[in-house]
Design a protein around this ligand. Structure first.
Ligand code: SF4
Length: 328
């Protein structure tokens, strides 16, 4: 690990100005991903500014939304009674990630900003456009099992590792930030980027912009929601494919739906084409299959991850059928 400085500051504005003055500085919250990357010398900040005590760690219900402080731990979020009742998909997604020890330390803001677990990204001896722009993508001709089938580019086929973010994408969450240019509210679905020709940029955040909280609208039918994750081990593994869904069915018809996929793209993938096909459709496995096919028509799998397309289709149909109470 390279030497670095560690600094505590009194408030968010001091943290923002400290980072704005040092392009090599980084924020430290739980550190469950950043410290690993520092040990691997993938991340080499010269200064860590500790923000863990600067933002709220509380989860507060407002009339129209629930506000999750950026410092709320993954464990606290998963166990929160309002979250469990109003957004079971979110609690399930958080519990599907990492391990108990990691969830006790990892924060909501940090979870959203964790970096890809592409094995080449984490190995400084291999070419990787995300870690070192312009060097090439080792995964294109290498190990692709965990990589993207939607929205990838020639430069990068990495996937985003967060489970929580997939549920938040389905729930229309909004991320609140403070940065050198002031505060802003970013829809979760717009926080993460597709790789394009700048895979080194995971999100739209500017250097020094700090996530302070996440707002989740109190969508009525989110009580009927679910998260399912397929992975290579029963626990402590990242998603090959995951599905976050909430469905409102009345008289055998889909009145409304929210659907997002994980493990398939450089960002949590909101399945807008499938949602459009489902609204007003009969609640049946056949209709769910057609909607899944509409979403996956744009998939461009590689030889090592072709299995993800039928896996995603089957998982979408399975989760929607369970939520709608219809046979598969
Ligand atoms: Fe790097 Fe992205 Fe290629 Fe992985 S997929 S080696 S992160 S450029």
């Amino acid at each position: 690990m390279r030497p670095f400085r560690y600094q505590r500051v009194p408030d968010v504005s001091s943290a923002v100005s400290t980072l704005a003055a040092d392009p090599e500085a980084a924020y430290l919250a739980g550190g469950t991903n950043l410290v690993d990357l520092m040990k691997l010398e993938v991340a080499v900040p010269d200064l860590l500014v500790d923000v863990r005590g600067l933002t709220s760690d509380r989860i507060v219900q407002h009339p129209d939304f629930v506000r999750i402080g950026a410092a709320a731990t993954n464990s606290a979020l998963a166990a929160d009674e309002v979250v469990r009742q109003r957004f079971p998909v979110l609690s399930q997604a958080v519990l599907a990630g990492a391990s108990g020890q990691l969830r006790n330390l990892a924060t909501t803001g940090g979870n959203l900003l964790q970096r890809t677990r592409c094995v080449y990204f984490q190995d400084i001896n291999t070419p990787c456009n995300k870690r070192e722009p312009g060097t090439g993508c080792s995964a294109r001709e290498g190990f692709q099992r965990e990589h993207a089938v939607l929205g990838a580019s020639e430069a990068c086929i990495a996937t985003h590792p967060s489970d929580m973010a997939v549920a938040l994408a389905a729930l229309d969450a909004v991320v609140n930030t403070e940065g050198p240019a002031g505060s802003r509210a970013i829809p979760l679905v717009d926080l993460h980027r597709l790789p394009g020709d700048e895979p080194q940029r995971d999100t739209v955040l500017e250097h020094g912009e700090l996530i302070t909280s996440v707002d989740v609208p109190l969508l009525d039918f989110a009580t009927n929601s679910r998260y399912r994750k397929a992975r290579d081990r029963a626990s402590f593994a990242f998603a090959l494919v995951s599905v976050a869904a909430a469905v409102d069915v009345a008289d055998g018809v889909v009145r409304d739906v929210r659907l997002a996929l994980g493990g398939v793209a450089h960002k949590p993938w909101r399945a807008s084409d499938a949602e459009a096909a489902l609204r007003g459709a009969e609640a049946s496995a056949e209709a769910f299959r057609r909607a899944a096919d509409a979403e996956l028509a744009g998939a461009r799998p590689l030889p090592g991850n072709e299995f993800k397309v039928p896996l995603a289709r089957n998982m979408i149909v399975g989760v929607l059928s369970e939520l709608a109470g219809v046979p598969r």
